[in-house]
Design a protein around this ligand. Structure first.
Ligand SMILES: NC(=O)c1ccc[n+]([C@@H]2O[C@H](COP(=O)([O-])OP(=O)(O)OC[C@H]3O[C@@H](n4cnc5c(N)ncnc54)[C@H](OP(=O)(O)O)[C@@H]3O)[C@@H](O)[C@H]2O)c1
Length: 295
């Protein structure tokens, strides 16, 4: 694979899921990586250092230190952390804007922002709209920028209630059956971002939705059931079953997002070995829960 960007790639969020996957993708391409971390002595930061990642300390209230950490960067990858309350939303945007400002001051030649699919539309989800604001701030910065917009993480199924009831695998989600939920594994978010960061992939239009599979509730249940050797059933819950307002808005959006075409080919053009859901299930070590016996 051609590596056009041989400079150090700086990654913000490297101790987290997405940033960690970006680091994995970069290291697998032989890139030099510097992680911008708020707690360099943490176990996760030290685990990065043990893999050859340089650590630079991050403080949101120390812009000069951020600029210094970006010194000489060939490219910069950042994401913004989860938010929910109005205060957290503003913190998220402030953090994103501070990172963009630092990249401007350090004259970073290419910035890749891991946003979210839907940030570019009127999703009705506050923590998607916040990423839309960061995208806009980045666009207006004059930096060369690429936006990577991941769809729902396959890893979320580690938290979605999957049960086994009288030998049948049951999946329940607040999403009507027949709606194709867009999914991607963290590994592929990292691989796509890394390919763009090292200059091995170009994104026409400067933004890409990172989607690897699109499946209805029944199809998702069937994939888990097939892996576990159980027949499977999907139960669509009503939106009213979701108590968290932000989660309710998100599932309402997922149903709407299914109507926008998923450009799987664009993602495969960058990462041919992209995982569909069965591949993720196999790799994740997921096992079916004990049979609750209820029906
Ligand atoms: N779940 C999904 O399906 C999905 C899909 C698309 C997009 N997203 C978006 O992905 C984002 C979450 O990504 P993730 O799962 O990779 O997050 P994560 O695993 O929670 O990692 C967050 C990273 O940000 C750092 N961080 C958090 N708050 C910080 C702060 N105030 N200052 C400096 N660093 C801070 C953390 O560092 P420490 O190690 O120091 O804590 C960590 O490296 C959310 O914005 C979410 O909306 C999620």
């Amino acid at each position: 694979m051609q590596q056009q960007n041989s400079g150090t790639i700086v990654v913000f969020g490297a101790t987290g899921q997405q940033g960690g996957a970006v680091v994995d993708g970069l290291l697998s391409r032989g890139a030099r990586v510097r992680a911008l971390v708020r707690t360099p002595e943490s176990d996760r930061a030290q685990a990065l250092a043990a893999r050859g990642v340089e650590l630079a300390a991050f403080r949101i209230d120390e812009p000069a230190a951020q600029v210094a950490a970006l010194d000489g960067a060939g490219a910069f990858s950042f994401m913004t952390p989860d938010s929910g309350s109005p205060e957290e939303i503003e913190d998220e945007v402030r953090l994103g804007a501070a990172l963009v400002d630092a990249a401007v001051a350090a004259r970073v030649p290419h910035v890749v922002f891991n946003s979210v699919s839907g940030a570019e539309r009127d999703s009705g989800v506050a923590h998607f709209a916040s990423k839309g604001r960061v995208e806009q701030y980045l666009r207006q910065s004059g930096l060369r920028a690429t936006v990577v917009r991941p769809t729902a993480f396959m890893e979320s199924f580690a938290h979605v209630p999957l049960t086994v009831e009288d030998g049948e695998l049951v999946l329940k989600m607040p999403l009507p059956d027949g709606v194709g939920l867009k999914l991607v594994a963290l590994k592929d978010i990292g691989q796509v971002a890394a390919a763009i960061l090292v200059g091995a992939a170009d994104v026409p239009g400067g933004a890409i939705e990172v989607v690897a599979d699109q499946l209805t509730g029944t199809q998702i249940a069937a994939a888990f059931g097939a892996h576990a050797g159980f027949p499977a059933r999907y139960e669509a819950l009503p939106l009213s079953a979701v108590t968290d307002i932000e989660d309710r808005a998100m599932f309402r959006w997922f149903a709407q997002a299914a109507t926008y075409p998923a450009d799987l080919a664009a993602v495969r053009a960058i990462e041919p070995a992209v995982w569909d859901l069965p591949a993720w299930i196999r790799s994740s070590g997921w096992t079916a829960p004990a049979d609750s016996g209820r029906r």
